[in-house]
Design a protein around this ligand. Sequence first.
Ligand SMILES: [Zn+2]
Length: 576
Amino acid sequence: MIRRWNAAAAALLVIPTLAFAQRGGRGGFGGGGMTPENSAVFAASAPTFPTDDPIIKRIWAMGMDSSHTEQLGEVLFDSLGPRLMGSPDIKRAQDWLVKTYKSFGIPAKEEQYGTWRGWVRGHSHIDLISPRVRTLEATMLGWSVGTGGLDRDFSTIILPHFADSTEFVKWLPKAKGKLVLVNAPPVSCRPTEDWAANAAPEVAAQMDSLRRETAADWNGARSRDVQGTGYSLALGGGELGIRLEDGGAGGIITSRPKDGWGTREIFETYNVKTPAITLSCEDYQLVFLLTQNNQHPKLRLNLVSKALGEQPVFNVVARIQGSEHPDEYVVLSSHFDSWDGSSGATDNGTGTLTMLEAMRILAQVDPHPKRTIIAGHWSGEEEGEVGSKAFSEDHPEVMKGLQMLFNQDNGTGRIVRLNAGGLPDAAAHLMQWMNTVPTEFKTQTGYDGSPGRPAGGGSDDFSFSCAGAPITGLGALSWDYSNYTWHTGRDTYDKIVFADLHANATLTAMLAYLAANDPTQITRERIDLVAQAHADSIAAAQRGGGGGGFGRGGRGGPPTWPTCEKAPRTTNPRLK
Ligand SMILES: [Zn+2]
């Protein structure tokens, strides 16, 4: 009950103060957690400046010594919470974002680009009530149907293995009114590394092959032919969920555990009549084995949710107007939306805070940059980079005048990889900028001036890179992102490494400042992808490894520049 503020109060919590971080309350990461990987930044209380530019020094002081990220993060993740595409939650958070920018003296607005299915998540109470009582670690999938806040009891049934879809259809009446367990049973909920570290080698190897066989058996030889039905579970229930619902099933029970302790992915369903729930690895196994062994488990569901139909969806765009070349742009890019199993702190709250904090600093140290600086807080990234694709289509002037777009979307760690998007001139500029920022940052990223490759999809830089515009991906150190926070129910405020976030926002502000005031505009010649792939495979062979792939479509034929994809402007179901 404590530390919960409403949105109106939250809007007031962005007043500059150091008190919160210094109190050592939530967010007081300053004193601990130092590792060899981040020691370069921690040691730099007196950084090495290769330049006398007072603005670079001021950015360091503001970003490293008086960061606002702890406070902003607490409001965004704890008070406002998850930001599911099309939900009232993301709209409320977007309103807060615009107000926060205004409190920094930066104009910002919400730009509608389409509609998406709206949905309100209420409570999920999911209990095992027979053969014994246990409150399960479980929740609804995004967009699930509820039970109207009433208790409803269900028995369970396991999706069997079918010879073909005809056999599946014949079986459907058996699932009538029942919750169908649609995912493979976990062989073990211990992570692989636990088995590798503690099991006898042959036991660990047996476990590995048992896991592989179970997954292959359940999901089929063809891609996603779950238990032989011919249907896919997509990110949650997929087309199989819908077919089960149409066939009279009472709902579906899913589980997508990660290879880590207590983590699972929580995505979405397109079912419209019956609930779709997700259980933890352990509780899924419990219910699965009770069902398999004829111990007749019963589950009691009490779920509240509300479908709202198509709702307007927005990007938030903040702008510091350029003084000399207002039609040339530096874009700070990060998606604002999240899945809603938790609060999207590292996906992509940290990218969001990096750009928001960089803009706060920039507005103070360089309120009249030569080029226009935009922060693009996209929505719908999780649904296929929808917001950034729409922005690139709706703003030809930005695409034409884009000097550089900096994108971040991979967790909380310090920035250790830079990619110049396959443009040699972008790489040359980036190298120049990295030679101007404190030496500690250059060492940390290890950037060597290589042009990299066009963004291959999976984040919003793709929406710009596909058109050959200059982009830099700000790649973060992992911090167990993929197995613990990415799309899980554990992506929460406590996971943020604020020391790294301070450094990331500081570096990003410096890069944006240098890009906006650079005397020359970046040109768009592309690297020769075929020649580069050839050179890479020779280098890989010399190292004794296999040939390197190349982003999207990298296997097989010769590499080609990725093709832009049209933004869906209304809900675009992903069922396969
Ligand atoms: Zn993301």
